[in-house]
Design a protein around this ligand. Structure first.
Ligand code: GLC
Ligand code: MN
Ligand code: MN
Length: 396
């Protein structure tokens, strides 16, 4: 790492709204075909390490820190006190909380199961999550529905399932309104996260666009409290242009939270750290968000690879992910103020000025040369990514 150089200081890292998930740092490298490769670590160490690195925000699923059996019971508050102490001691804030509605056997038919008692249990967990979120000072709640879908066809009636899923969210929003009023605090921002495949074969809300449609379906009693948490890789997985998916959420005023990571199109959810696969696309994503004044969290929802050791998680994985994000963010600023890109964009926006805008030939001819600027802009973006715009050369 010393040989690599170029690291940002913890103070600089703390200037960004970057959050570190409990589950990302706690991931032990296990998966369907994989045994764990790392030792377990608890929230006290994770929060301390994030604080030392300059990751100023932490987030968690309820069951990452409190055993399922204790959730909603008196004993959960002892853990919450320990979390609050760890956060305070390390200058870290809790930004977001999520209900785990995918791992435990109770969710085999999703939180919107046909069985009313499963749905009742889901409401209990969601309302409890809201309570925990307020107690920890979180601003956001994230919902990844996980098993909302099916393996075999015909057994699940989609419209019922979606109605039942909405009931859970409605219960969470209602509880939030009451708790917020009682505490004199603002309500949480409730953010839906989509994933196109895994853990079910067919997913009922597979994309951020599907989530936006769901928010506006009329099923939610408080659609104004609900936005989206797109994950970069989850959009790429189904073959989307993540930047276009983000643009659509921005236009709806619903882009409130963003999971940052990387990976490949049409593959499973590899959760690689930001910028290791698609740095150019990431630069463009951050140009869009910077130019639209996105103020929400950048959540490090990646998984350190199995090949990385316990110490490597802290010495390499997290600091390099944070630093690539900051560099790309700074580069995005350079793109926005780059004189070549500005001039090219202005020329494109000014148009070719055809004498007769109803004459196809004249319109085409007037704009023909200008369109070459698309490729010039793309070249300039690569120059900025590679540092060539600052005079870096490869001729020797
Ligand atoms: C799970 C998902 C992750 C999501 C998180 C939030 O860990 O894998 O993508 O962001 O839940 O609920
Ligand atoms: Mn995610
Ligand atoms: Mn993912």
């Amino acid at each position: 790492m010393k040989a690599c150089g170029g690291a940002y200081s913890p103070q600089t890292r703390r200037k960004h709204f970057i959050s570190g998930p409990q589950w990302a740092a706690g991931y032990r490298g296990d998966a369907l075909f994989y045994a764990p490769t790392r030792q377990a670590i608890g929230f006290e160490e994770i929060i301390r390490r994030y604080g030392e690195l300059g990751v100023g925000y932490w987030c968690t699923h309820d069951s990452d820190v409190i055993v399922t059996e204790a959730l909603g019971k008196e004993e959960q508050w002892g853990v919450i006190e320990r979390i609050k102490t760890a956060l305070k001691e390390n200058g870290v804030q809790c930004s977001m909380i999520s209900t785990e509605t995918f791992h435990h056997a109770v969710w085999a038919t999703s939180p919107a199961s046909e069985a009313p008692e499963v749905r009742e249990y889901a409401k209990f967990r969601l309302k409890n999550m809201v309570k925990l979120g307020h107690e920890l000072g979180a601003q956001f709640a994230v919902y990844w529905p996980g098993s909302l879908g099916y393996y075999v066809q015909g057994a699940v009636e989609e419209t019922n399932t979606l109605r039942w899923y909405a009931e859970g969210l409605n219960a969470a929003c209602q509880a939030d309104i009451e708790i917020a009023q009682h505490r004199g605090a603002p309500t949480l921002k409730h953010c839906l996260e989509a994933k196109p495949f895994e853990p079910q074969a067919e997913i009922l809300l597979p994309t951020t666009d599907a989530m936006l449609g769901f928010i506006n379906s009329g099923l939610l009693t408080h659609p104004e409290m609900v936005g989206v948490n797109p994950e970069y890789l989850h959009e790429l997985m189904w073959g989307a242009a993540p930047r276009a998916a983000l643009a659509r959420a921005l236009l709806c005023g619903k882009l409130w939270h963003f999971d940052i990571n990387d990976g490949y199109r049409l593959k499973h959810d590899v959760d690689i750290a930001i910028g290791l696969v698609n740095p150019l696309d990431w630069l463009n994503v951050l140009v869009l968000l910077r130019s639209h004044g996105y103020q929400g969290p950048f959540n490090l929802d990646f998984k350190p690879p199995r090949t990385t050791s316990n110490s490597g998680v802290w010495e390499v994985s997290f600091p390099t992910a944070v630093d690539r994000f900051i560099t790309l963010w700074e580069m995005a600023g350079e793109v926005i103020s780059d004189p070549v890109i500005q001039e090219a964009t202005q020329a494109l926006n000014a148009g070719g000025g055809a004498a007769d805008p109803h004459d196809a030939e004249a319109v085409t001819a007037g704009y023909r040369e200008l369109l070459t600027l698309h490729e010039l802009i793309a070249h300039r973006l690569v120059q900025i990514l590679l540092g060539l715009h600052r005079g870096r050369t490869y001729s020797v």
